[in-house]
Ligand binder design. Structure first.
Ligand code: ADP
Ligand code: MG
Length: 612
């Protein structure tokens, strides 16, 4: 006799239920993964129109109907079995998978953790068939009247594994996730019509087929088409086509990056790297490009059988793929650069400014890199500050720069403030100033960002001073973002107001901003608001929001701050220097980069080897 204790350490075969649950766990991570698998099946069945409905964020119901080729009655049973597929039949087939599915386990996995009803009819049959399976157990099977195509109904996800049900995210999160997923899949299949109706979502998503521009604008916002360039590059067996967002059409998050390999939405480190590299010298650090790109290569050059969710692929020649993607995008971006963002009327556009973002001096040129942080901050009111009561922020906010004469600079007998007086502006990026020790070099954007941030922060104890706009700023956003604003309004109105922002949804893809922090200039609010919406999307709860308030302020400050390449008058520059002296942490911008360097006359002498 074997005792129970001995048995405990022995190898046993798992019973079918446990084995199924483990397998299902890989495919059915959350309701959105069911929607993905079901839609992929429709696409594989050549559907021209796909309709999706959900309830309870998909955990109560996922319903998907297509008008694809359907199945014959005998196949319904098989379709629900594990490792049963019509898409491949041999191991060699695995090397050239052209369909989205091929593992034959999606339906089986879903059926083992939910109540599934499958109805289908192929074009040759006069009657359809219906099969009902609960937690993997067959309940009924019968002929039924049906149109050609397939309908799958999935109810009560994880009803037989309550422990997993507890791990489901809130309905709202899932609803949003499903919405995003459908949009993502729809981009790769412009010739297929999609319809998504979710209980709990205010609107239905209707994407008619073939309306490419409309689809792009519904997913990426109406300005994307104008703010992007269309590319189509081919070399040897590779082709890359789609839309590449202009560098100034960037985002704080990577949430608008769509990359498809042979029609399959994937996320891939290698691809990500190639893209980042292509944008690297035209994009601010910490910002992310927007793009929709389709990469096509022979099926045999890519392995899609890497992961059950098929989000990843492996390229046969990773290096060549990387280089091709990088080169194609780099070329496209290089071609647009000279004309981008040179709009004189509104000052230089961000694209131009970004060109300068990498123009930082290497530390080796400046032996004394930390000196900036050691400058004592002024106590008491510096002379010029008194003459400019609103400080630099006010000046930037209120007026286009007027050019003051150099006699605004105080005379020699006045006490020189720690950061000295401005002499000139260099390349629209740096302020050159002279103080007692020698030369002060200020990164004006970084410095202003820090000043604005600290001011906003100091107001946060109460509520940030708001300014009501006479004419609201209308913002074009993606439909998803507009929806978010609508939800935010309902749930986080107070938090938003505390941050100084009052906005509301104004239409399907538009948002109206009615009040803004008094410290920010109207001009910069659009970009700020877009960032904030993207961030709110990630926080979800007001607790989290409160914890992130400082992040939000930092992001507002970043946009609210004077951009590189903006011409400043000497008076404005001096005002900024005075503001910096009064600001805590003025030596570093919010991203931890220095805001200024001090070069003493001695340092300069040494640089020129004087007196040696
Ligand atoms: P896979 O897609 O990997 O083959 P699934 O479990 O998703 O595996 O589906 C099993 C089989 O059921 C498919 O190979 C296909 O033959 C059939 N099937 C599933 N969904 C549909 C559909 N919407 N229309 C037609 N056939 C379908
Ligand atoms: Mg499938």
């Amino acid at each position: 006799m074997v005792t129970e204790a001995e048995l405990a350490g022995r190898v046993k075969r798992l019973d079918q239920f446990v084995a199924d649950q483990i397998a299902a766990g890989e495919v059915v991570e959350r309701p959105a993964s069911i929607v993905k698998e079901l839609i992929e099946n429709c696409l594989d069945a050549q559907a021209s129109s796909i309709e999706v409905r959900t309830e309870g964020g998909g955990s109560d119901l996922v319903w998907v109907r297509d008008d694809g080729r359907g199945m014959v009655a005998e196949d319904l049973n098989l379709a629900l079995e594990r490792h049963a597929t019509s898409k491949i039949s041999s191991a060699e087939d695995l090397l050239g998978v052209a369909s989205l599915g091929f593992r034959g386990e999606a339906l089986a996995s879903v059926a083992s953790v939910a109540r599934v009803v499958l109805t289908s009819k192929d074009a040759a049959s006069t009657q359809g068939a219906r099969i009902e399976v609960h937690g993997g157990k067959l309940l009924s099977q019968a002929p039924v009247a049906a149109n050609t195509g397939t309908t799958v109904e999935v109810r009560d996800l994880f009803f037989n594994t309550p422990a997993r049900r507890k791990f489901l995210k809130t309905d709202r999160t899932e609803t949003a996730q499903i919405d995003m997923l459908v949009r993502r899949l729809s981009l790769a299949h412009m010739d297929v019509a999609f319809k998504l109706r979710q209980a709990g979502a205010k609107r239905e998503l209707v994407l008619p087929s073939a309306a490419v521009e409309e689809r792009l604008s519904r997913v990426l916002g109406p300005d994307f088409i104008d703010e992007s360039i269309q590319i189509d590059e081919a070399r040897d067996e590779y082709r890359l086509h789609g839309w590449v967002g202009l560098p100034n059409h960037n985002r704080r998050q990577t949430d608008q990056q769509y990359f498809y390999v042979n029609g399959r939405a994937i996320s891939d480190k290698l691809v990500g790297h190639a893209v980042r590299q292509a944008y690297s010298d035209v994009m601010f650090h910490g910002r992310h490009p927007v793009f929709v790109l389709f990469f096509e290569l022979p099926q045999s050059a890519v392995d899609v059988n890497v992961h059950p969710t098929k989000h990843e692929v492996r390229f046969r020649d990773a290096r060549a793929v990387h280089d091709f993607i990088f080169a194609s995008m780099h070329r496209a971006l290089r071609d647009v650069r000279p004309s981008a963002g040179l709009d004189e009327a509104t000052g230089p556009g961000p694209a131009k400014a970004q060109l300068f973002s990498n123009t930082n001096f290497s530390n080796s040129n400046f032996p004394n890199t930390n000196a900036g942080r050691q400058i004592p901050l002024a106590t008491g009111e510096p002379a010029l500050h008194r003459e400019l009561p609103g400080g630099f922020a006010q000046m930037v906010a209120e007026a286009e720069p007027e050019f003051l004469q150099s006699d605004d600079v105080p005379t020699a007998n006045q006490e020189i403030p720690p950061l000295g007086y401005a002499i000139a502006q260099l390349h629209g990026v740096y302020i050159l100033a002279q103080n007692e020790q020698g030369l002060v070099l200020v990164d004006m954007h970084a410095a202003h960002e820090r000043v604005t941030y600290e001011k906003l922060k100091s107001q946060l104890d109460g509520e940030i001073a708001r300014q009501r706009l006479l004419v609201p700023i209308m913002l074009d956003v993606s439909e998803r973002d507009a929806q978010l604003v609508e939800e935010l309004q309902a749930e986080f109105q107070e938090e938003l107001q505390r941050c100084g922002l009052v906005m509301e949804r104004a239409g399907l893809t538009s948002v109206a901003i009615r009040e803004i922090p008094a410290l920010l200039h109207e001009r910069n609010v659009a970009a700020t608001a877009k960032d904030l919406i993207a961030e709110f999307a990630n926080y979800g709860t007001s607790d989290e929001l409160q914890r992130r308030e400082l992040d939000l302020l930092a992001s507002m400050a970043c946009h609210g701050s004077v951009r590189a390449n903006r011409k400043l008058s000497i008076a404005e520059m001096n005002a900024l220097l005075r503001d910096m002296e009064q600001t805590e942490n003025a030596g570093l911008c919010n991203h931890g980069r220095p805001t200024y360097f001090q070069q003493s006359i001695d340092d300069l002498d040494r640089l020129f080897a004087r007196g040696q």
